[in-house]
Design a protein around this ligand. Structure first.
Ligand SMILES: [Zn+2]
Length: 527
């Protein structure tokens, strides 16, 4: 067969990776990797697979490029600001590798047709928030698709692989697990208990050297030959006893942290009490003054916002001074003493705002740096690569085991964590129809606010169809069918609900049959 010029260029491009034991470029050529989130991790991973010659990449991101992305997300360059990340990344990746197919979606992952997920061999989660990860986790479990999840915060990061039940993929070998336990037992015995065992061990050591020589000459070469032959044709589908599954993402997050929007909503109900509150309050003042929310991409709007935040910060400092030293007492203090107080307060609440703080605070941005993103993204790519081979019936290496690794960039240390599958996991466990939710409420919140907070968290419940009770005492706090228990203005504190207590929300009437969730366990934290 005469090879086409394109084929020759392609095979030259991938020449070195084809030297890896067990490699099959056809699997890469026909592979489909879906990357959800095209940020610091997503850019790296997409680049890795584009360079390796993946058949198709599916990129999903609902964000547009911001200037602050340019310090990490190397598929974007100055001038790309404002354009959809997924689209720009697709263009850039096609430049890197013209043979690549890229589909991109400037869309929420929850809104994508399931066929897009189904088409993918491996799904890579490169997301920056809990809720998106939880939703993606659910989708992967339902479709039985392997997922490689990761995240970074400052100098730390983690990577977790999720192999759902029924995916047909091997994760752990039962035999090697049992062997590990046997070895552990052997390590624990003493010579008093088993003298013959120790005697035998010593004899073995004496013979060992001789055995090694014979092995090297006569045994190992043949073993190596057979192993190589068997590895080339071994098919996991025919070894169901080796199947296993990993814990899912939700197993590690039994109670997702309260939605940031709730904290912001609480701040608005009271006076700002910290540096971040002042900026959130300033955003509201901005909207009142200019009739729209500040556009954080426009420098002059950010400057106006910063001025408003400064006003709030000054008021906060004054309030704290008055709380500590009542105004009538302030006259009796010397100028030096007042100065000392003011300095202490400024140390507590920080100096005047910097420009970039506005976006960092309002966007709930977390620390991020390219070095750590590269490390974590490379682990993700490597795990996704092994899974891609495995999905296609070939073994080029086992998924990392345990399936979770943490990286600490300060100590340069990797820690593999033994994570546990939770039988009561709301995503992959056996309990159905329950959901744990954490909400943050202001101190003077009333019963009605629970429904409001649930709505902000993403659960819009009809207060006419849901009952609120104390799961321990069974006391009813809210029952829409009973007029005496239907006052939305009753304060939670007057119901003796304390911070971090749990209330249950259960459906009534048609919600009983229509709601997929039969019970919400709601942890209420007062702010
Ligand atoms: Zn789970």
């Amino acid at each position: 067969m005469i090879e086409k010029p394109n084929d020759i260029v392609k095979s030259r491009m991938y020449a070195r990776q084809q030297l890896i034991d067990g490699w099959d470029q056809d699997i890469i050529d026909n592979g489909v990797i879906m990357i959800i989130g095209v940020g610091a991790l997503g850019c790296e991973i997409a680049k890795d697979f584009a360079l390796m010659g993946i058949g198709k990449l599916i990129l999903v991101d609902l964000d547009t490029i911001e200037t602050s992305n340019l310090s990490r997300q190397m598929l974007f360059k100055p001038g790309d600001e404002g354009r959809p990340k997924a689209e720009v990344a697709a263009e850039k990746l096609k430049e890197m590798n013209p043979y690549l197919k890229v589909d991109f979606y400037f869309e929420k992952l929850q809104k994508l047709p399931m066929s897009v997920y189904e088409e993918s061999d491996v799904i890579v989660a490169a997301l920056d928030n809990f809720n998106a990860r939880l939703d993606l986790n659910k989708i992967c479990l339902r479709l039985k698709k392997p997922m490689v999840e990761a995240g970074t915060v400052g100098f730390e990061g983690h990577c977790q692989i999720v192999i759902p039940e029924g995916s047909g993929l091997q994760y752990k070998k039962k035999e090697s697990e049992i062997e590990n336990l046997v070895q552990t037992r052997l390590w624990e015995i003493t010579e008093m208990e088993y003298p013959e065992y120790f005697e035998a061990q010593r004899k073995i050591e004496e013979l060992e050297e001789e055995i090694e020589i014979i092995k090297d000459e006569k045994i190992i070469p043949l073993e190596k030959k057979f192993r190589k032959e068997i590895e080339m044709v071994f098919d996991w589908k025919h070894a169901p006893e080796l199947l296993d599954i990993t814990p899912c993402y939700r197993c590690l997050v039994p109670i997702p942290p309260a939605d940031d929007k709730l904290v912001a909503a609480c701040t608005l109900k009271g006076l700002p009490r910290n540096r971040n509150h002042c900026v959130i309050k300033a955003e509201v003042e901005f909207e009142k003054k200019y009739g729209h929310k500040p556009d954080l991409n426009l420098n002059d709007e950010v400057l106006k916002l910063k001025d408003l935040a400064h006003v709030e910060l000054v008021k906060l400092r004054e309030r704290v001074l008055d709380e500590n030293v009542p105004p009538e007492k302030q006259d009796s203090l010397s100028e030096e003493e007042i100065k000392e107080w003011k300095k202490n307060i400024e140390d507590t609440f920080g100096p005047d705002y910097k420009f970039e703080e506005m976006e960092n605070i309002l966007g709930n941005k977390i620390a991020a740096i390219q070095t750590v993103s590269s490390v974590i993204a490379s682990i993700q790519s490597q795990e996704a690569l092994k899974l891609l081979f495995r999905v296609n019936g070939r073994n080029i290496g086992a998924p990392m085991d345990p399936p979770y690794v943490n990286y600490n960039g300060i100590y340069g240390q990797f820690d593999h964590l033994n994570i546990i599958k939770r039988e009561d996991c709301l995503a992959c466990g056996k309990i159905e129809g329950e959901e744990n939710v954490q909400i943050v409420v202001p101190f003077d919140a009333d019963v009605g606010y629970i429904f409001e907070a649930m709505k902000i968290t993403g659960y819009e419940l009809d207060s006419e169809l849901w009952m609120i009770t104390n799961p321990m005492t069974k006391e009813i706090y809210w029952n829409p069918y009973m007029p005496s228990l239907k006052d939305p203005n009753i304060k939670l504190t007057s119901l003796k609900i304390k911070s971090n207590e749990i209330v249950s929300l259960t459906p009534l009437g048609k919600a009983l049959t229509e709601s997929e969730i039969k019970k919400y366990n709601v942890i209420i934290t007062f702010m």
